[in-house]
Design a protein around this ligand. Structure first.
Ligand SMILES: Nc1nc2c(ncn2[C@@H]2O[C@H](COP(=O)(O)OP(=O)(O)O)[C@@H](O)[C@H]2O)c(=O)[nH]1
Ligand SMILES: [Mg+2]
Length: 324
């Protein structure tokens, strides 16, 4: 009897929405073990036909701006109205231990308890390369498991936002209320990275300041449309649950607009193209770095450079020629 492929039962569990199996699947695709690589690819290929349905939204902004609290509130409203909500968090600053799982779940205690939610931090440490692949694949798995929407909490560093832009459909930027006109430098960055802006913590003594901040942002952004028009600027308090339903309604409107004008599909296609390219580059680099049969060429070229017969640059080009 042929051996049963364990990824098959994993895939079935994920497709029927078993959280435990989804967790195991994400662990598999995050694994850096060579022996898990094949199984991870088999799993992804098996699930691929069941992906693409979920709306992917990043919630980004500086540490402490209130992203987790906002997602807890938004996610709570979404599960209450029957949605199954997945939350993936990318936090390069949190420690690479089980502690970060605990940390993120304690920041979303109600949502974490709800049977229709799935919360999972991506491995932390660095946001570059491998991690964005892992998150992109985790999104696919959540999608196959029937979660919709998928919310991605990203720390608002340049890299985090870049990674988010490569894997989500819409980006919500949370900003703090502040005094005065401090928008000069950040305006361009905002337009590149946000489809929607919300001033957070608009409650108590900060409420009035939040409204003023929103006005300042609106004025600054009014004449600078990005791909979906000028980003709307809203205010919210996750603590008092204000503005959250409005923000979600606006996100849905943006989704409709992007789907109608073709931007939605275009962006997903662009993301896939870039992911293929980046992955190919990584594979190439890895393979090149360990190709020992280049050693003889390398020794010969080294001699030539020392003897003044060619430059380092020329030698490198020759090395590449023999590699290919
Ligand atoms: N007053 C107020 N505080 C908030 C609100 N949302 C979050 N906070 C507080 O801000 C701090 C950081 O929140 P957190 O959600 O962890 O921020 P993150 O780092 O962006 O995920 C916590 O102490 C929260 O209690 C809000 O709507 N109003
Ligand atoms: Mg957080």
């Amino acid at each position: 009897m042929p051996a049963v492929d364990p990824t098959e039962s994993l895939a079935e569990g994920i497709l029927t929405g078993e959280r435990m199996r989804l967790s195991q699947g994400i662990t598999l695709i995050e694994s850096t073990l060579e022996s898990d690589r094949e199984a991870a690819q088999r799993l992804l290929r098996r699930l691929l036909p069941n992906t693409g349905r979920a709306l992917r939204v990043a919630v980004t902004g500086a540490p402490g701006v209130g992203k987790s609290t906002f997602i807890e509130a938004l996610g709570g409203q979404l599960v209450a109205s029957g949605n199954r909500v997945a939350v993936l968090t990318i936090d390069p600053s949190s420690p690479q231990t089980g502690g970060s799982i605990l940390g993120d779940k304690t920041r979303m205690p109600q949502l974490a308890k709800h049977p229709n939610s799935f919360i999972r931090p991506s491995p932390s440490g660095s946001i570059a390369g491998g991690l964005s692949h892992a998150t992109r694949n985790a999104i696919l798995l959540c999608d196959a498991a029937g979660y919709n929407p998928i919310l991605v909490e990203t720390v608002g560093t340049g890299q985090g936002e870049y990674a988010a832009r490569q894997m989500v459909d819409l980006i919500l930027l949370l900003v703090l209320a502040h005094a005065g006109d401090e928008l000069q430098g950040i305006k361009r960055g905002i337009l590149e990275t946000a489809d929607l802006i919300a001033v957070s913590k608009a409650d108590g003594p900060l409420q009035e300041k939040a409204s003023l901040t929103a006005k300042t942002y609106r004025r600054a952004l009014a004449l600078s449309p990005n791909r979906l028009g000028s980003p709307k600027v809203m205010i919210t308090s996750a603590l008092e649950h204000t503005g959250i339903a409005d923000i979600w309604e606006t996100i849905r409107e943006l989704e409709r607009t992007a789907k109608q004008n073709g931007q939605f599909d275009q962006q997903r296609q662009k993301q896939i193209r870039l992911a293929i390219f980046e992955t190919a580059k990584e594979l190439l680099l890895k393979d090149f770095g360990k190709s020992e049969n280049l050693d003889p060429d390398l020794q010969e070229l080294q001699k030539q450079v020392i003897q003044g017969e060619c430059t380092v640059h020329e030698a490198a080009r020759m090395l590449l020629r023999s590699y290919f």
